[in-house]
Write a protein that binds this ligand. Structure first.
Ligand code: ACO
Length: 317
């Protein structure tokens, strides 16, 4: 039996930091409101001309270094993003050209905040099937490019960054399971237009925040129970929860429903804001590099986003 395991993680955040007090000067908001409602204190914003693939390349090179692999070793690229550099070629292809691993499959996945979970699930399946040996799963975003900086209800939330993992085959798990879901009937609750549909021309992220909040909390706790049940494990077996970093209140509510103390939850939302597809791999890389997540520990990754789409991965690190 072949499993996939995480050989290395990496992440990258743009240099520019935007604090809540910076935002107070831009829209009618306060540091207190943002902290209380979201937990966010600061976030990173890409420089002019810095693209999603620029951020992803840095994260990927860090993951490859951590795994002791060279860019030309990569043989599969799954790239989660909602803010691609171009309509096409996709971000996976643009990254592949920079890494020099010509000829290997490379594609992007546009499932909003769960883009990395979808990318990871596909990379896992290709490694398990013996069709890839060094598979990259990436989440990278420049959400600042589709944020309406005059709209206080969204400007305080979204930010830029990138994270990546390199998977390799292993006789031991590794990734124990992945679960992916979508429910398109919620399509109008959270979206960004500006595509080819002339009826939805507003490109800026549009969200009914409090409605999304309620569905996110109930869906995420069910999603975690689904992953544990599929592996015949109790909630207490988890060493770490690595959740999508949209809002500290959603993370706390999810942890409460699971009776999981916050000491066992990786939180980066205070420093990163909501980086959509980049959020989970950024949090994971922080957890690994800070020494919190140790080899052999059991962790659950989960994300929820526009669509709605959501997914989880239960992983023995
Ligand atoms: N500063 C001050 N006041 C504000 C701000 C702001 N930045 N934004 C909104 N308000 C006001 C509103 O106008 C409203 O005022 P009113 O009561 O006078 O009408 C009041 O604050 C409360 O607004 P709510 O929207 O009800 O606030 P809520 O507590 O729900 O917090 C938030 C809003 C932070 C957006 C929250 O609902 C949330 O996090 N939702 C989920 C986000 C999420 O998980 N998205 C999914 C992933 S993202 C993706 O897929 C791209």
């Amino acid at each position: 039996m072949i499993y996939s395991r995480i050989a290395g993680t990496g992440s990258y955040l743009p240099e520019k930091v935007l604090t809540n007090s910076d935002l107070e000067k831009m829209v009618d908001t306060t540091d207190e409101w943002i902290r209380e409602r979201t937990g966010i204190e600061r976030r990173h914003i890409a420089a002019e001309g810095e693209t999603t693939v620029d951020l992803a390349e840095r994260a990927v090179r860090a993951a490859l270094d951590a795994a002791g692999c060279k860019p030309e070793d990569v043989d599969f690229i799954a790239f989660g993003t909602t803010t691609p550099d171009l309509w096409f070629p996709n971000c996976g292809v643009l990254l592949q050209a920079r890494l020099g691993c010509r000829g290997v499959p490379a594609f992007s996945v546009e499932t909003a905040c769960s883009g990395f979970m979808y990318a990871l699930a596909m990379a896992d399946k290709f490694v398990r099937a013996g069709e890839a040996r060094r598979a990259l799963a990436i989440g990278a975003e420049t959400l600042s490019r589709i944020t309406d900086w005059t709209d206080r209800s969204t400007a305080v939330l979204f930010a830029d960054g990138a994270g990546a993992v390199l998977l390799e085959p292993s006789t031991e798990p590794g990734i124990l399971s992945t679960h992916l879901h979508a429910d398109g009937t919620y399509k109008d609750m959270l979206y960004s237009g500006g595509g080819t549909d002339a009826r939805k021309t507003r490109r800026a992220i549009t969200m009914t925040g409090n409605e999304v909040f309620k569905v996110a909390v109930s869906t995420l706790s069910k999603s975690i129970d689904e992953a544990l049940a599929a592996n015949h494990l109790e909630r207490s077996a988890l060493d770490w929860l690595v959740p999508h970093q949209a809002n500290l209140r959603i993370i706390q509510a999810t942890a409460r429903k699971l009776d999981l103390p916050m000491e066992r939850v990786i939180t980066t939302v205070q420093d990163h804001g909501n980086t959509s597809a980049a959020s989970v791999p950024l949090a994971l890389d922080y957890g690994v590099r800070s020494g919190k997540i140790q080899r052999g520990q059991l962790m659950l990754l989960e994300a929820f986003g526009g669509g709605f789409t959501w997914g989880s991965a239960l992983i023995r690190y």
